[in-house]
Design a protein around this ligand. Structure first.
Ligand code: PMP
Ligand code: GLU
Length: 405
């Protein structure tokens, strides 16, 4: 134990000003309740409920046998970076060279690296809401300022070029977004991305961080990257990884594709912080990319079925408003009609976090309040769970919400 001083006075301002990740917190609370013997259904953490494909696991075993157990090059093994270059060409028709790829300990580290690489104190980062919980906190860590563009379910959570233009100031340095989006599942079409790219053409000092981690979980079309527009490609930093497409969340493998200069800067940062990511995960990543998308497409079929299942069940709950997400594996329904209502003990539901805690403690379903995604009128449900669990979870949610007065 530390000596009896106020812990806040010991920790850095950086950490004191940082919020805990709401996705991870709700997942932890769900696990704690389950450890007490409660049958909790977790729709909180966003991770595929599938196992890593066998051929990827085999590649990791072989990597061990082949003694890939030493430090790897900081930006990743050259053959993994070449496999990523090949993937970007074959799947996205984008030209990169391996000097433009930096492999990391997950897309999360890549996002954080890019922000630390570009943002000085006071620089503005434009983020459409809702956004993935960690975006704004990473900006805070870098002492940047998040500037939010609000959207709602009525516009399918999409921003317009006019909204983007209005958010830009002389201090704007970076725009960051995900498509398919976490937490809404929203997917920007090629035309919509082209219209945003036109705005960026007029503002040559703004970089664009394009988080494409859900690219393969898209139910409407092929994936479109904002990096496809040559006029802005140099300023686009693609972030992607293996967690979602190959059910490899625990392996910690992600990457950026960017201009040579930004890649070199990320390489330098990683060289002083984490070094190259796990050698075994990297060898497995090569095989994942080289063997193609069969397993991803199988997963996608299951997600498509569950999306329809959850959509039908959510629409049937009075007071809940939902749209049909086009990608990823989340729903982000509007639930503000429950604010001001009381639970059986007389506690008032004041916001989305209260509602998420109520659903956990009373309904035994773990979700995440929309406030940490930047929109308090919503909650996030992950449907990366079995069909039976989803049916039972939605039954419990309906019952618990129906008991609020
Ligand atoms: N971006 C988004 C939008 C995410 O939902 C996640 C969560 N997996 C990440 C990045 C981080 O992914 P990784 O597991 O590769 O760190
Ligand atoms: N990206 C996942 C989510 O949104 C994983 C948890 C996390 O890292 O926040 O739930």
């Amino acid at each position: 134990m530390l000596p009896h001083r106020n812990i806040m006075s010991i920790l850095s301002d950086r950490i004191n000003n940082l919020s805990e990740s709401a996705t991870l917190k709700m997942t932890k609370l769900g696990r704690e309740l389950a450890a007490k013997g409660v049958n909790v259904i977790s729709l909180s953490v966003g991770e595929p409920d599938f196992n890593t494909p066998e051929h990827v696991k085999e590649a990791a075993k072989k990597a061990l046998d082949d003694n890939f157990t030493r430090y790897s090059p900081v930006p990743g093994y050259p053959d993994l970076r070449q496999a990523i270059v090949n993937k970007l060409k074959a799947e996205n028709n984008l030209d990169y060279d391996i000097s433009q790829i930096v492999v990391s300990t997950g897309a999360k580290q890549s996002l954080s690296n890019v922000i630390l690489t570009l943002i000085n104190p006071g620089d503005e980062v434009i983020i459409p809401t809702p956004y993935w919980v960690s975006y704004s906190e990473m900006v805070t860590l870098a002492e940047g300022k998040s500037v939010f563009i609000n959207t709602s379910i009525e516009s399918d959570f999409k921003i317009t070029p006019a909204q983007l233009e209005a958010a830009i100031t002389p201090k704007s340095k970076l725009f960051m977004f995900s498509s398919p989006n976490n937490p809404t599942g929203t997917v920007y079409s090629k035309d919509e991305l082209a219209a945003l790219a036109k705005v960026f053409e007029k503002h040559p000092n703004i970089f664009i961080l394009s988080d494409e981690i859900y690219e393969h979980i898209n139910f409407v079309d092929q994936h479109e990257s904002i990096a496809q527009f040559p006029s802005i490609k140099d300023r686009v930093i693609i972030v992607n990884g293996f967690s979602k497409a190959f059910a490899m969340t625990g392996w910690r493998l992600g990457y950026i594709a960017a201009s040579k200069e930004i890649a070199a800067a990320n390489d330098k940062l990683q060289g002083q912080t984490t070094s190259g990511t796990c050698s075994i995960a990297q060898r497995a990543g090569i095989v994942a990319y080289e063997q193609g998308l069969d397993t991803v497409n199988e997963m996608k079929k299951a997600f498509a079925r569950r999306r329809q299942l959850v959509y039908d069940l959510l629409k049937d709950i009075p007071g809940v408003k939902t749209n049909l997400p086009e990608g990823a594996f989340y729903f982000f329904p509007e639930i503000s009609s429950f604010f001001g209502k009381k639970d059986a003990d007389g506690n008032i539901i004041k916001n989305s976090s209260d509602l998420a805690l109520y659903l956990l403690n009373v309904g035994h379903v773990a979700t995440v309040g929309g406030d940490s995604f930047g929109n308090d009128n919503y909650i996030r449900l992950s449907y990366a769970a079995s069909d039976e669990s989803l049916v039972e979870a939605l039954r419990r949610i309906k019952e618990a919400l129906g008991n609020l007065r």
